[in-house]
Design a protein around this ligand. Structure first.
Ligand code: GRF
Length: 191
């Protein structure tokens, strides 16, 4: 399986996929890493590993993922022979041009137990809501915001005295565990 990764930030989930590949528990290769953010550390991680990587030009839009950029992204991923696209901290909504190129083959990791707390900074939403438990979800991507079918979830308790940072850090530990597992499940289904 050839993976394509889209990310906007640190790329710790990308790293978790690489670690699973290195450990021999995930049978896959990362073919291409793309980011909409030139400063994103995910690009540095790809560079250090010698993995092809590049920038997505969103034409100066801050949050929009313009159709032309999606069409170009799809062409680059297809050109790299990508089978499964993993959104790993990618901060733009994927729509038709890209979804159509990879039907049932685009996954996302979200830091909450969907359908609870979709959207940005879900760990802050969970803290503000005062829930006793939150977690993370790997799901298929559809046209909605964090609405596609769930593949795997992990629960994380909210502890007394949790800050947004401490809660997010504990959620990320679970993200790094379930993302490779979810990719395995999807890869097995496609094989
Ligand atoms: C993760 O919390 C993920 O759930 C969310 O964005 C964050 C990305 O972190 N979608 P990283 O870039 O993988 O470290």
């Amino acid at each position: 399986m050839r993976l394509g990764i889209l990310g906007s930030g640190s790329g710790s989930n990308f790293q978790a996929l690489l670690d699973a590949i290195d450990a021999g528990s995930l049978s896959a290769d990362v073919a291409l890493v793309l980011s909409d953010n030139p400063q994103a550390f995910i690009l540095e991680r790809a560079k250090r590993r010698g993995i092809p990587h590049g920038l997505i030009d969103c034409g100066g839009f801050r949050t929009k993922f313009p159709d032309e950029a999606q069409t170009e992204t799809a062409a680059r991923l297809l050109g790299a022979g990508v089978d499964i696209v993993c959104l790993a901290g990618f901060m733009r909504l994927v729509k038709r041009p890209l979804l159509d190129a990879f039907p049932g083959r685009i996954l996302n990791i979200h830091p909450a137990l969907l359908p609870a707390f979709p959207g940005v900074e879900a760990w802050k939403q969970a803290l503000a809501a005062g829930v006793a438990e939150t977690g993370c979800t790997v799901h298929y991507v559809d046209e909605g915001m964090d609405t596609g079918p769930v593949i795997l979830q992990a629960r994380v308790p909210v502890l007394a005295g949790d800050t947004p940072e401490s809660l997010h850090a504990r959620i990320q530990v679970e993200e790094h565990r379930i993302y490779p597992e979810a990719v395995k499940i999807v890869a097995k289904g496609l094989a």
